[in-house]
Design a protein around this ligand. Structure first.
Ligand code: SF4
Length: 321
């Protein structure tokens, strides 16, 4: 398999300062929030790479930078060897980006309620001047709905069916890469597995590559080939799925695994993740996890651990061995 997406030292800083007049009156400095800090990873063609982490870990911001919805502050994004980050408005970057589509968390909010499903599905192709005759019907059948559904409106469908419509819309332009941002978390548990199985089948059938963003470890275990764990905008561990689930090396990964509900824990109380995520505007010195880490030593608050290889795993922890 060849590398399809390469992300190098990707960083996104948001200016979250109060308005100028408030800052002058209250004598406040500018406030900067580092949502993503120096993140590097690669995604192989026709594979599923998952980013996991608590909310505020930066996983959705990375997805938005790859799809072009948010520009990076620093770093580089390559798709198929082509840089799409240094001149995101160039014709070449736009052409490469046409191969990337996104599926969002909330199928209720991401479909225009006034449009027929036919127009919703055909729109991304129509804006690029592509042929749309019969397209909506073909796409609907591909995602397990009926071609006759093209003349209905979004409110006539259930949550699972609406997410199928979102998948049909994402597939309509024939993309190679789909960024899936919590695609099943707004759905009933009974419907989640149907949508995930559909996504797996489409990946096989169409040779798709997924960047899968989720906080749900059960979903990630079902879907991903490789997993990156994010904490406070930093990649703290990355490993092939089986290696990560059988031997998580970073104390943060171990904590989220301990806190995740498991089939064998049914009926027992599950510990919530311990501690609060620190303020991203004033992040801790050294290892960003040190205020919550149960095995932190003095060095952890002074020196930021670098990602290093241990077997197939990359881990950023002074004590991981
Ligand atoms: Fe914990 Fe230190 Fe490792 Fe950070 S570097 S995860 S604080 S042991």
């Amino acid at each position: 398999m060849s590398t399809l997406i390469r992300v190098e030292a990707l960083t996104r800083i948001f200016d979250v300062s109060k308005p100028w007049l408030n800052r002058v009156l209250e004598r406040l400095p500018k406030a900067k929030l580092t949502a993503v800090s120096d993140v590097s990873f690669e995604i192989e063609e026709n594979s599923v790479y998952a980013l996991v982490g608590e909310s505020g870990s930066g996983k959705s911001t990375i997805g938005k930078m790859i799809t072009g919805l948010v520009p990076p502050t620093k770093g580089r994004i390559e798709v198929n060897g082509k840089d799409i980050s240094s001149d995101p408005d160039s014709a070449e970057a736009a052409k490469v980006r046409a191969d990337i589509q996104m599926i969002f968390q909330d199928p209720y909010a991401s479909l225009n309620p006034r449009w027929k499903v036919r127009n919703i599905i055909a729109e991304p192709v129509a804006v690029r001047g592509g042929k749309t005759g019969g397209l909506a019907e073909r796409m609907l059948e591909q995602v397990g709905l009926s071609g006759a559904d093209a003349d209905k409106y979004p409110h006539e469908f259930s949550g699972g069916q609406r997410q199928r419509i979102c998948i049909a819309r994402a597939l309509a332009s024939g993309p190679k890469i789909i960024v899936c941002d919590e695609p099943t978390s707004a759905l009933d548990v009974s419907v989640q597995s149907q949508v995930l199985n559909l996504m797996s089948d489409l990946r096989e059938e169409l040779g798709l590559t997924y960047l899968f963003i989720s906080h749900d470890l059960t979903v990630v275990q079902h879907m991903a080939d490789k997993i990156g764990v994010l904490y406070l905008g930093t990649l703290v561990e990355e490993a092939p799925r089986d290696a990560l689930f059988s031997d998580p090396k970073h104390p943060y990964t171990q904590m989220i695994f301990d806190a995740a509900p498991r089939m064998d824990a049914f009926g027992r109380e599950v510990d919530p993740p311990k501690g609060e995520i620190p303020d991203a505007i004033n992040p801790p010195t050294g290892c960003p996890y040190h205020p919550r880490c149960p095995i932190a030593v003095d060095r952890c608050s002074q020196e930021k651990p670098l990602l290093r290889h241990i077997g197939d795993t990359r881990v950023a922890c002074h004590l991981a061995e």
